[in-house]
Design a protein around this ligand. Structure first.
Ligand code: ARG
Length: 279
């Protein structure tokens, strides 16, 4: 074996050892210049709501899912240290409008980039194309979102599913039941308290597949539910962080690594044609 192949192998080994390190608490990569002469690199705190498999969920004390893998790849690419923390959805949304007052610099949680949210937070460029879907029981006659108007529907509050169903069912309709987490919305369907749940397609499809015994079905309604794009949410005025992360997101979302993590968590090959055109 030549000298260079040994050097190359050592490099590969070093890389794979890094990859084995603790997932949610990366050691400093060293590629970020430290300004104050402190040897310790700033660890970026990132918030999530780990109750939204396959994007983020708790596996014992570890946050796992597509978003966890994607964030890890982006942070490595950007040379930043980070710590992903499970704070819950409402706390996440509240934290991410606090600017400097919050200790969280970013949030990743299958968060759709909306005009409304852009008023009070910044976002990276999109990293995932999604759409809301209806989850209902096999015998249900519901064929589209408009037919949910007179049904009971569970959503996670303050999500795009909540917004969409408010539009169809009316803001004050008590048959639209809002839950703090999507897991609780799914439980309500399980318990027969509602006829349907509306949530992101990845979540709905995974749930159908994981519970074949419960005979759920997923309905895609492209007339009433438009495509949505997830971004990493940042505090308003994060121009520096945004430009670093945007460059990393742009690279990772076009990579084979992205395709592999998509396949791993979403179960199919991604069609990234539209995503890659977004800015
Ligand atoms: N994509 C939807 C939204 O941004 C739902 C996201 C919910 N995410 C979560 N981790 N619970 O409103």
């Amino acid at each position: 074996m030549g000298k260079w192949s040994i050097v190359a192998m050592t490099a590969v080994l070093a890389l794979s050892l890094t990859a084995c390190g603790s997932k949610n608490d990366k050691p400093a990569s060293g590629s970020e210049a430290s300004s104050g002469g402190s040897p310790e690199q700033v660890v970026l705190k990132v918030a999530t709501d780990a109750s939204y498999a396959p994007f983020e969920s708790m596996d014992k004390d570890k946050i796992v899912g597509f978003d966890a893998d994607f964030l890890d790849a982006v942070m490595k690419e950007a040379g930043l240290s980070y710590k992903l923390e499970n704070v819950g959805w409402d706390a996440l949304l509240a934290e991410m409008t606090q600017g400097d007052k919050s200790s969280y610099k970013a949030a990743i949680s299958a968060i759709t980039i909306t005009d409304d949210r852009k008023q009070s937070s910044d976002f990276t460029i999109p990293y995932f194309e999604s759409v809301n879907m209806i989850l209902t029981k096999e015998g249900s006659t519901v064929a589209n979102a408009l037919e949910l108007k007179d049904k009971k529907v569970a959503v996670q509050g303050a999500t795009t599913a909540d917004e969409l169903m408010k539009g169809i069912m009316g803001d004050s309709n008590t048959n639209l039941k809002r839950f703090d987490s999507n897991t609780l919305a799914l439980l309500e369907l399980d318990n027969g308290g509602v006829d349907a749940v509306v949530a992101d397609f990845g979540v709905v499809q995974a749930y159908v597949q994981e519970h074949p015994d419960k005979k759920y079905k997923a309905i895609y309604d492209k007339n009433n539910f438009a495509p949505e794009y997830y971004g990493i949410m940042l505090q308003k005025g994060s121009a520096d962080l945004k430009s670093k992360l945007d460059a990393a997101v742009e690279k990772v979302r076009a990579s084979d690594e992205y395709k592999a993590m998509y396949k791993k968590w979403i179960g199919v090959e991604p069609d990234t044609a539209d995503l890659l055109k977004t800015k």
